[in-house]
Design a protein around this ligand. Sequence first.
Ligand code: NI
Length: 226
Amino acid sequence: MMVRVPAVLSPDQVAHCVDVLSRTQWVDGKVTAGAQSAQVKNNLQIPENAPAARELGEIILRALGTNEIFTSAALPLRVFPPLFNRYDEGMTFGTHIDNSIRFATGTPVRFRTDLSATLFLSPPESYDGGELVVEDTFGEIAVKLDAGDMVLYPGTSRHHVRAITRGSRWASFFWIQSMVREDSRRAILYDLDNAIRSLRARDGDCAEAVQLTGVYHNLVRQWAEA
Ligand code: NI
């Protein structure tokens, strides 16, 4: 399941992120790559332990904490501290799969990367190329969103970032360990949650809405590790 989460950050928050990042030292992106992905990765990053990454990461985590679409789609157990990357003209990230297990920076906390997230910080009209491309059995899905919008996609997917041919693409990226490990189950719960929301909006807390809410929670109880 791929989900677009619109307006995770407000235009003011995006502007603040870009301002802080523009005054921060960028390093080679290979620092967080595994052995295979390091060979195809050509971008820049803010070091994981940089104060700027911590400060901006907190802003993003606070915003996600109250975001209903994110919560419903990801059912997060742990959210990896957000990282920041940048692709200038000619930079790219070839096909790879994200590491399955990661340690949060400087801590013994281990994450399973059930979902990957990219939060776009550059307006799409400010650069050419730079689409995040998720490869699936039926083809490729290319994603390029407004600044402040985020895409959630399965950590199990092969993906790449197309080369930048003009401008510069800045983004935050991170991973989520979900309470519900399997993408197919999260997709069912997300669908059911959306149907219940629509039903309640139309008919209020009718008997069917109460019954379906019960079904939702009983499925979560069966499938979730909390
Ligand atoms: Ni990746």
